[in-house]
Each structure stands twice: as structure tokens, then as C-alpha cells.
Design a binder for this molecule. Structure first.
Ligand SMILES: CCCCC/C=C\C/C=C\C/C=C\C/C=C\CCCC(=O)SCCNC(=O)CCNC(=O)[C@H](O)C(C)(C)COP(=O)(O)OP(=O)(O)OC[C@H]1O[C@@H](n2cnc3c(N)ncnc32)[C@H](O)[C@@H]1OP(=O)(O)O
Ligand SMILES: Cc1cc2nc3c(=O)[nH]c(=O)nc-3n(C[C@H](O)[C@H](O)[C@H](O)COP(=O)(O)OP(=O)(O)OC[C@H]3O[C@@H](n4cnc5c(N)ncnc54)[C@H](O)[C@@H]3O)c2cc1C
Length: 664
């Protein structure tokens, strides 16, 4: 029934103040106000309508994205929205497009790697969108191995220019978002060559298309790389290819904050670490962690509301059937994902702090925390995006058959989200970076250099290698220090085992290659420890609002104990817990599920998502699922006519058996 809240009973059961939880979820009252206002604004503006997206052709979808993006930009300008409001507008617009790469990578690359003069020149154009930029790093032949890029930028002292060239087919730029059809400019990563010497990969600002008629400049071949996974979904984005044929740019278009080429062609490297050329990726990996919590929260919101609406079995005595959310199996699959969404939110907040801190330090030429910032952004990007991709798919299954319908919102969410496991660094490649960092830290134990930050626990190696978990009863698993100790000893013992196995090899690199799979496991254990420890730090801090802290505590322990359960092999094989303690953890988990159950719908209401943003009939706020499923079905073009197009051509001849005989 229209106007009736079918989930009202669920909402009445909540034992905490949802409005207070909304503030915790958003990060602050101000952040909540901005999100709430902008999401409602987008939801009510017809230009941002998106329900018809799946039926659009690629060209229609692309043009629709242009329309929305330019309209969003117009609103940002006309209403003088702040940066924060502008980002929210793009997020709630919910359609990947060139704006994401322009603002998310092109502008940050110039800010991070351009000199003051370069920033002044290019950012003033980019900030007004008089030029549109993208981030052109990946090539057909190399994405993960950035040092293996082949595009060359050769300095020509005669003309004071760089000659950009793609020497092979595999050196074609391939994948950059916004490159295919929209961008006028790109930050291009290419091997810098001066006086015949290769100085490795550097960034260059390159104009690609005419600002008058948008045609590619002479010497540039450019286009879209074609359809991607899923219908609609990420196909709104024009990921592109690009080839240079001896294309010239002025010398001052090399991004020269980190290193320079003089008029004479002399290469001057500054004393900052060369890895700062990867700085834009570090910054984006950081934002991807918060976005993981957002994507997972959307899927969990849909699955939770629908699980409360959906009923199956249990009416044998003529009573009402059981809500599927009451099945322990449903809770055991759903509630850890709910807890993960909150966990990723809080670790995302912390990572933002870490990133801001390292940025300030870098500005003061303090590079000490750079390796840790790289390891944390890489590892947490990897861990959270993998868990979120799996989680969205699990939410689809939690919604049964109807989860497979496009209008559940889950197929599209999955299709748009899964490339996050690959872009901004393949998730395995990134965990191997964490593993290298851990192996280095372990090798320095006992050298007098105490590990700091997220590896500080390794400084207590003697204790953590010997200790036995003190858990004796199920409630002990609600003791933060016992939970932390189990995760710390598991992570440390896995890292030390890898280090010991590595030391058996004469050649360290060969050993590393041999042990890659174990190293990834050790890196994941370390990342999970970070997430658990940041969640615990959150619930140990000040939290306002009636009943809010209690709910967050429940979610925190669900997050930790479900990980323990899932990776029990690690915990048992490292003797971090005994089989009896593991079974006490399962017992405690079941009890926590029962405590979360009456609060589940309110806990997803706290995300404050509009029906527009969710884009899901199953996840509707009012739970009015069945009539709306019918409405959606009737909108399908196949239902435009009762007898389908093709009846006379195929169905009728088949039934009447009067089709012409087949010719072989
Ligand atoms: C739709 C919503 C819209 C919302 C809008 C809001 C915001 C928008 C924001 C952004 C847009 C977001 C999403 C848009 C969607 C898609 C965008 C995708 C864009 C891309 O997809 S863009 C290409 C990304 N492409 C990669 O991601 C390549 C991965 N591949 C690498 O990144 C390297 O290739 C690596 C690291 C694997 C090897 O590199 P290598 O071979 O040079 O290094 P090596 O392993 O030898 O390590 C030597 C020493 O360097 C240290 N080290 C390494 N990296 C460091 C770093 N970054 N910082 C500091 N130190 C670092 C090591 O720790 C070691 O240190 P040590 O010596 O001490 O051990
Ligand atoms: C939707 C999307 C948008 C993108 N946008 C951009 C963009 O805007 N700009 C841009 O420059 N790029 C972009 N990319 C490219 C992206 O960054 C790369 O695809 C990504 O970094 C992975 O690199 P790859 O494709 O070379 O994977 P590969 O490295 O070829 O990975 C293939 C397999 O090999 C494995 N592997 C590779 N190296 C190792 C190793 N050392 N050890 C163990 N296993 C390994 C991987 O785990 C993976 O299983 C985008 C990609 C996608 C999918």
C-alpha cells in the first residue's frame, strides 16, 4: 500500500537513537547535514533520474552521462557549492563519468607533482573546467608494473620540447577513464629520456584534442576501448586508448616538482623519494576505502530491508510466515557484512587522518611515515574492495531470486563496483607491497629501531610469539584486549613464519616469488588487524547518543569474531586460539546476532540513503516491495505489447510446424 511504512514494526524495535547514529556514520553533524541535503536535492531533480539506465544503448548512456555531468557542474557553479558539497553531488549523481577522473586524478596529479607556476597555469584552467583532464598511466602491455611502461618522452634540446612517442602497440595508453571521448588534456606517464639516458617514468601534461572542435591533435590517435562488464553500469565511462606519433610538447609541460629537465637537457633529480611520482595513486587509494564502506552499506541496506519484508516457511500452524531475517543462516551471512560496512567507515576515517598527516609531513620534507602510508593505503584499498565486491554478491544471494532482477539495484551495483579490485592497483599486487613492508619491518626487529604506527605491535614480538589466549568463556570475546591480542599474535606469527621461510632462500627475490601466496595471507592478516584495532579504538572513544555505543560494540565484535571464524585455519595453525576458544567465539557470535536482530533495520536506516541513491525496489525505505516489483516489470519494453514482436516470424511457424525446411 502506498504511504504505509511496511517496516514500521522493525523501526519501533530499535534500541538506539537512529538520528544520533546517522551523525556517527556521516562523521560529524556538518557532514551529515551536507549529505542529507545534497542527496535529497539530487533525488528530486528529474535530470538525475537513473531508473531507465539499463535500457539505454551505449551511446545514449554516454550522452546521458555528459548531460548529468555538465548539469552537476552548472549547479556547483550557480549555487556556489563548496568542494565538499560538490563531491557529494557527484557521489549521489551515481553515474561514473569524466568528472571523477578530472577532479579525482588529473587535478590532484598537477597539485602533487606540478611546480607553483605549473599549478597556477593549469589549475586555473582545470578548476574552471576550461580544460578537461584524465590520468593516462596504464598501457595495453603494462598496468601493475609501472616501471615497465614503454611510452617515451624524449627531450629535444634544439626545440626545447619533449617528443611523446608510443614505440610499440603494447605502449598504447589503454584504460584511462575520460580519455576515450571527453578529455582535452591528460597527465601522461612516460619514460623520460634526455641525452640518450632513460630516467624512468615521469608525468607530463599533454593536450590531446583541439579546444575548438575537439578533434585529436595531429600525432595523436585516440578512442574508446569498448564495452565493459555489465549492461549500463561502468559503460557510462569512456575508458580510452591513446597513441603518440612523435607528438611534441613544450619542456615546461613535464611536471617538475619532484625532478627537472633544464633548457640544456640536464636532468636534476631532487632529493625526495622517487615514489612520490606515485602520489596521486596513494591519495585515490585512500578515498577508495571510504567508498568501499559506502558501496557495501548500499548492498547491506537493500538486503536487510528486504530480509525483513520477505517471509518464507513457518506458517504450518496457520500463523504468519517467518521473516527470512530471523533465520540464523541469514543473520550469519548478513550481519557480518553490516558490521564490515561500519568497520570500513571507521578505518576510512582513520586512513584519511593518516593521509593528511603524511601529506603535511611531506611538505615539511619529512618522509619517515611514507612507507607506512603507502602500505596502509595499498593494503586497506585491497582488503576493503575485495570484501565489498564479495559482500555485494552475497547480498544479491541474500535477496533470493528477486536479487537477480535489475531493479533490485544489486546487479548494477556489483558491475560498477567490482573493477575497484583492479583499478588503482590490482588487489594481489597491492597486498604484496604490504608484504614487502612487513618483511622489512620484521628484518629490522632487534636492530634497535622500534616499529611504529600500525606495526607497533611487532615491537612486542617476544610476548606475542609466546602468549596463549586467556579466553575462558564466551563473554571474554567481548574483551577488547583479548580480541586484539588474538589478531596481533596471528598477524605477527604469520609474518615471522614468512620471514623464516624467506631466510631459507639464498636469493631473497627468488624466495619472495616462491612464497607469494603465503605473503599475501600474512599481509591480509595485518590489514584485518588494522581494521579491528581502529574499530576498537572507535568504540573506546567518546560516542554520543542513546544506545549508540552499545550497537557499535556489538558490530565491532561481530566484525572481529566473524573474521576469526572465517580465517580459523590461520588462528589455529598459529596457536593464537585453541579449538575450544574458537567454539566460544562462535557461541558469542550467535548471541551478538540476536542482539543486533531487533536493531538491524534501524542500523541501515542510519546510512540515510534516499530511495533514489539506493535505486532498489527491494531496498525501498517503506518496504512496499511487491506492488513495486509489478510496476517495474510492467515498464519493461517486452511488455509494451501483449503479443511480442517476432511472434509471426518465429513462434507461430514453430507451433504450426509450417516453417520452411532448413537448408544446410
Ligand atoms: C563514482 C563515484 C565518484 C565519486 C567522486 C569522488 C572522488 C573521485 C576520486 C577518485 C576517482 C575514483 C575512482 C575512479 C575510478 C577509477 C580510477 C582508476 C584509476 C587508475 O587505475 S590509475 C592507474 C593505477 N595503477 C596502479 O595502481 C598501478 C599499480 N602499481 C604500482 O603502484 C607500482 O608499480 C608498484 C607499487 C606495484 C611497484 O612499483 P615499483 O616497481 O616502482 O616499486 P617496488 O615494488 O620496486 O618498490 C620500491 C619501493 O617503493 C615503495 N613504493 C612503491 N609504491 C609506493 C608509493 N605509492 N608510495 C610510496 N612508496 C612506494 C615500496 O614500498 C618500496 O619501498 P622499499 O624500497 O622501502 O622497500
Ligand atoms: C574500470 C577501470 C578503470 C581504470 N581507469 C584507469 C585510469 O583512469 N587511468 C589509468 O592509468 N589506468 C586505469 N585503469 C587501469 C588499472 O589501473 C589497471 O588495470 C590495474 O592497475 C591493473 O593492472 P593490469 O591491468 O596490468 O593487471 P595485470 O598486472 O596484468 O594483472 C593480471 C593478473 O596478474 C597478477 N599479477 C600481476 N603482477 C603480479 C605480481 N608481481 N605478482 C603476482 N601477481 C601478479 C594480478 O594479480 C592479476 O591476477 C583502469 C582499469 C579499470 C578496470
Amino acid at each position: 500500500m502506498e504511504g504505509v511504512d511496511h517496516l514500521a514494526d522493525e523501526r519501533n524495535k530499535a534500541e538506539f537513537n537512529v538520528d544520533d547514529m546517522k551523525i556517527i556514520w556521516a562523521g560529524s553533524r556538518h557532514a551529515f547535514d551536507v549529505s542529507n541535503r545534497i542527496s535529497r536535492f539530487v533525488a528530486t531533480d528529474p535530470v538525475f533520474e537513473k531508473s531507465n539506465r539499463a535500457l539505454m544503448t551505449r551511446k545514449e548512456l554516454f550522452k546521458n552521462t555528459l548531460k548529468k555531468s555538465v548539469y552537476a557542474w552548472k549547479i556547483i557553479k550557480e549555487l556556489r557549492l563548496s568542494d565538499e558539497e560538490g563531491i557529494k553531488l557527484r557521489i549521489f549523481m551515481d553515474q561514473p563519468g569524466f568528472l571523477d577522473l578530472h577532479w579525482g586524478m588529473f587535478v590532484p596529479a598537477i597539485k602533487g607533482q606540478g611546480t607553483e607556476e605549473q599549478q597556477q597555469k593549469w589549475l586555473s584552467l582545470a578548476n574552471k573546467m576550461q580544460i578537461i583532464g584524465c590520468y593516462a598511466q596504464t598501457e595495453l602491455g603494462h598496468g601493475s608494473n609501472v616501471q615497465g611502461l614503454e611510452t617515451t618522452a624524449t627531450f629535444d634540446p634544439k626545440t626545447d620540447q619533449f617528443i611523446m612517442h608510443s614505440p610499440t602497440q603494447t605502449s598504447s595508453k589503454w584504460w584511462p577513464g575520460g580519455l576515450g571521448k571527453v578529455s582535452t588534456h591528460a597527465v601522461v606517464y612516460a619514460r623520460l629520456i634526455t641525452n640518450g639516458k632513460d630516467h624512468g617514468v615521469h608525468g607530463f601534461i599533454v593536450q590531446l584534442r583541439s579546444l575548438d572542435d575537439h578533434s585529436p591533435l595531429p600525432g595523436i590517435t585516440i578512442g574508446d576501448i569498448g564495452m565493459k562488464f555489465g549492461n549500463g553500469a561502468y559503460n557510462s565511462m569512456d575508458n580510452g586508448f591513446l597513441m603518440f606519433n612523435q607528438f611534441r610538447i613544450p619542456r615546461d609541460q613535464m611536471l617538475m616538482r619532484l625532478s627537472k629537465v633544464t633548457r640544456e637537457g640536464k636532468y636534476i633529480a631532487s632529493d625526495v623519494p622517487r615514489q612520490l611520482v606515485y602520489g596521486t595513486m596513494v591519495s585515490v587509494r585512500q578515498t577508495i576505502v571510504s567508498k568501499a564502506s559506502d558501496a557495501l552499506a548500499r548492498a547491506v541496506c537493500i538486503a536487510t530491508r528486504y530480509s525483513a519484508v520477505r517471509r518464507q516457511f513457518g506458517s504450518e500452524n496457520g500463523g504468519i510466515e517467518t521473516q527470512v531475517i530471523d533465520y540464523k543462516t541469514q543473520q550469519n551471512r548478513l550481519f557480518p557484512l553490516l558490521a564490515s560496512a561500519y568497520a570500513f567507515r571507521f578505518v576510512g576515517e582513520w586512513l584519511k587522518w593518516l593521509y593528511t598527516d603524511v601529506t603535511q609531513r611531506l611538505e615539511a620534507s619529512d618522509f619517515v611515515t611514507l612507507p607506512e602510508a603507502h602500505a596502509c593505503t595499498a593494503g586497506l584499498k585491497s582488503m576493503t574492495t575485495s570484501a565489498t565486491s564479495d559482500g555485494i554478491e552475497e547480498c544479491r544471494k541474500l535477496c533470493g531470486g528477486h536479487g537477480y532482477l535489475w531493479c533490485s539495484g544489486l546487479p548494477e551495483l556489483f558491475a560498477v563496483y567490482v573493477p575497484a579490485c583492479t583499478y588503482e592497483g590490482d588487489n594481489v599486487v597491492l597486498q604484496l607491497q604490504v608484504a614487502r613492508f612487513l618483511m622489512k619491518t620484521v628484518s629490522q626487529l632487534g636492530s634497535g629501531k622500534a616499529p611504529a604506527g600500525t606495526t607497533a605491535y611487532m615491537g612486542r614480538a617476544q610476548h606475542l610469539l609466546q602468549c596463549r589466549s586467556g579466553v575462558q568463556k564466551a563473554e571474554d570475546w567481548l574483551n577488547p584486549s583479548m580480541v586484539l591480542e588474538a589478531f596481533e599474535s596471528r598477524a605477527l606469527r604469520m609474518a615471522i613464519t614468512c620471514a623464516k621461510n624467506l631466510s631459507k632462500f639464498e636469493n631473497q627475490e627468488q624466495g619472495f616469488s616462491e612464497l607469494l601466496a603465503d605473503l599475501v595471507e600474512a599481509a591480509i592478516a595485518h590489514c584485518q588487524l588494522i581494521v579491528v584495532s581502529k574499530f576498537i579504538a572507535k568504540i573506546e572513544g567518546e560516542i554520543e547518543g542513546k544506545g549508540v555505543k552499545k550497537q557499535l560494540k556489538n558490530l565491532c565484535y561481530i566484525y572481529a569474531l566473524h573474521l576469526l571464524h572465517k580465517h580459523l585455519g590461520d588462528f589455529l595453525s598459529t596457536n593464537s586460539v585453541t579449538p575450544e576458544q574458537a567454539s566460544l567465539a562462535s557461541h558469542q557470535l550467535r548471541s551478538l546476532y540476536s542482539q543486533v536482530r531487533p536493531n538491524a533495520v534501524a542500523l541501515v536506516d542510519a546510512f540515510d540513503y534516499t530511495d533514489h541513491y539506493l535505486g532498489s525496489v527491494l531496498g525501498r525505505y517503506d518496504g512496499n516491495v511487491y506492488p513495486k516489483l509489478f510496476e517495474e516489470a510492467l515498464k519493461d519494453p517486452l511488455n509494451d505489447s501483449v503479443v511480442p514482436d517476432g511472434y509471426h516470424e518465429y513462434i507461430r511457424p514453430l507451433i504450426k510446424q509450417n516453417f520452411p525446411s532448413a537448408k544446410l
